[in-house]
Design a protein around this ligand. Structure first.
Ligand code: 13P
Length: 262
């Protein structure tokens, strides 16, 4: 992590927790995270628990994020949730293009690109996910796949993001084979791929904007491996799944990020 970028750790709760769990988890994190300087922390509960978790962390230094959104602001889209609604309930961030949505819900690059543009236009900060699957990794295609996802997601958005891209966009690198497997990428490999992502950002957004965008690593991040990952100069934080459901573990990962950023 470099001193130019403030680390950011987001907890992607995925389709987990009950209403009660969501309140308890947010409550257990609010006070400890209030005492932690030097890291942006984000909780991303399921849609139906956003308001409850948001009430707990209101007026704190912990931000609220959603796990997805629709492209349009409102209208006849049964079952969908709009970026305007997310802003309305206090979200600052939205995860877009997660590999589970790409793979299981068939979201393609073009849709993710449209969602991203809409999210930014509504004032949300998208956490755009990229990552190769195992076959792509084994074929040595990681940089190509991840670069292609990023180019597709950001195509033509340089103007919208402007010089302020660092404040308007977060990128996550999550190798699919590392998600939920207990088998993270090595810190060196993650750092190298994230370095390649930053070079792609330079192409797309220019040097200064690319240098300001935070890039997270995600995939089996735990308190045990966080410090080593964050020691990589290109890794600016983490997108955490399983470990974000345990308050002490998520806090420990945030603390490691804050320590690495100092
Ligand atoms: P795990 O931390 O459970 O591997 O999940 C990572 C992830 O997909 C976060 O978005």
């Amino acid at each position: 992590m470099t001193d130019k970028r403030r680390p950011i750790v987001a907890g992607n709760w995925k389709m987990n927790t009950t209403l009660r769990d969501a309140r308890e988890l947010a409550t257990a994190l609010r006070e400890p995270l209030a005492g932690l300087d030097g890291v942006d922390s984000v909780l991303c509960p399921p849609f139906v628990y956003l308001i409850a978790a948001g009430e707990v962390i209101e007026q704190s230094n912990v931000a609220l994020g959603a796990q997805n959104c629709h492209v349009e602001s409102k209208g006849a889209f049964t079952g969908e949730v709009s970026p305007a609604m997310l802003v309305d309930v206090g979200c600052r961030y939205v995860i877009l293009g997660h590999s589970e949505r790409r793979r299981l819900l068939k979201e393609d690059d073009a849709l993710i690109r449209r969602k991203l543009e809409s999210a930014v236009a509504h004032g949300l900060v998208p956490i755009v996910c990229t990552g190769e699957n195992l076959a792509e990794n084994e074929a040595g295609r990681t940089t190509e796949v991840v670069g292609g996802q990023l180019r597709a997601a950001l195509h033509g958005l340089g103007g919208l993001l402007g010089d302020d891209a660092g404040a308007k966009l977060v990128v996550a690198y999550e190798p699919v084979w590392a998600i939920g497997t207990g088998r993270p990428a090595t810190a060196q490999d993650a750092g190298a791929t994230i370095g390649s992502i930053r070079r792609t950002l330079v192409e797309l957004l220019g040097e200064a904007a690319a240098a300001a965008v935070r890039i997270q690593y995600g995939g089996s991040v735990t308190p045990a491996n966080a410090a080593e990952l964050f020691a990589q100069p290109e890794i600016d934080g983490a997108l955490v799944g399983g470990a974000s459901l345990k308050a002490p573990d998520f806090f420990a990962i945030c603390r490691a990020a804050a320590a690495a950023g100092l």
